[in-house]
Design a protein around this ligand. Structure first.
Ligand code: ATP
Ligand code: ATP
Ligand code: MG
Ligand code: MG
Ligand code: MG
Ligand code: MG
Ligand code: MG
Length: 269
């Protein structure tokens, strides 16, 4: 805003609508890659899970947590990531559009910025985009159910995709044959196909693929060696320990109670 006198145009600001998020609620921003089915194909993502792409998603999410205020936990799978702002945040006066667009643009620019760290010389062929939405959850129970919903989605999709691509890659089926084979099957049927026909126990598949990625802040004691020079003494190397906040990644169940009991600071009263 400028220090100039108000112009006759100033009234247009009053056309802006109030999108302040209700107080006391957790503010969740979920991003999802735009048309990533095509993006994955064009950039030769491995099927069903490309670890470079998952690593880049996590790296970008970490950048969002480090650069923006008050995000306590983030959960991601496939081309999506959810970010949870603490219920007491006053960042940008809790304006939904400000929070959402900052998350989306920080994430998108990081995705491009860190591309090379994960894809090496393979070029990024065009600028990817992400949509965002804001959802408010008033209780810890609702917030946990939200995150459980996303992890259950990860599980259902990954189990399906794992069997589907195993039938094709190891079973020699065409995509149409694999689709037909899986029509109407339950989770138990899919586990059984993997186990009896491909000697694969689904529970031994990579945790990041089965559970997705959960990012939280953790305090870690970090010891560094510091040079200290006191008057009339020799310079000394002294170990100095300090507590630092760091974003840590987990690839575990977040539907049950254990994760939340082990990390009681994530949820507020
Ligand atoms: P906020 O995050 O609140 O938007 P800000 O620092 O971006 O904070 P703005 O009011 O958006 O504040 O102002 C943008 C500032 O960026 C300008 O005041 C100026 O200092 C700088 N800036 C932007 N574009 C240019 C440019 N083309 N040349 C020189 N300076 C620029
Ligand atoms: P929309 O724009 O509506 O979101 P979309 O094509 O992005 O369309 P999604 O439902 O978001 O559809 O699905 C994302 C798709 O991106 C997956 O189905 C998969 O094909 C691909 N994809 C995303 N991440 C990975 C990954 N790590 N490895 C392999 N494929 C991936
Ligand atoms: Mg400006
Ligand atoms: Mg600005
Ligand atoms: Mg979608
Ligand atoms: Mg998508
Ligand atoms: Mg998606």
């Amino acid at each position: 805003s400028s220090a100039m006198a108000k112009s006759k145009f100033e009234y247009v600001r009053s056309f802006e609508t109030d999108d302040t998020c209700l107080r006391n609620c957790y503010i969740v921003v979920r991003l999802d890659g735009r048309n990533f089915h095509k993006f994955a194909e064009q950039h030769q993502f491995a099927k069903p899970n490309d670890d470079r792409a998952l690593g880049l998603m996590s790296r970008s999410a970490r950048s969002v947590m480090e650069e923006l205020e008050d995000i306590t936990i983030a959960y991601g799978q496939s081309d999506e990531f959810s970010f949870v702002f603490k219920r007491t945040t006053t960042w940008f006066k809790r304006r939904a559009s400000k929070l959402m667009t900052h998350v989306a643009s920080q994430f998108s620019s990081s995705y491009v910025f860190y591309w090379k760290e994960f894809f090496g010389e393979q070029p990024l062929l065009y600028p990817p985009g992400f949509d965002g939405r804001v959802v408010l959850y008033p209780t810890n129970h609702n917030l946990r159910d939200y995150l459980s919903w996303r992890q259950a989605d990860c599980h259902i999709n990954n189990l399906y995709n794992t069997v589907f691509w195993t039938l094709i890659q190891k079973g020699g089926l065409t995509t149409t044959q694999a689709e037909d084979r899986l029509k109407g099957t339950l989770a138990s049927d899919k586990n059984e196909i993997l186990f009896s026909e491909f000697d694969t126990n689904y529970n031994n598949e990579s945790a990041v693929h089965r559970k997705g990625t959960t990012l939280i802040w953790e305090k870690r004691n970090e010891t560094v060696s510091k040079r200290i020079k006191r008057p009339n003494e020799e310079e000394q190397q002294v170990p100095v320990t300090r507590s630092r906040r760091k974003v840590e990644a987990y690839y575990c169940d977040i539907i049950g109670d254990q994760f939340w009991e082990e990390h009681p600071d994530v949820l507020e009263d």
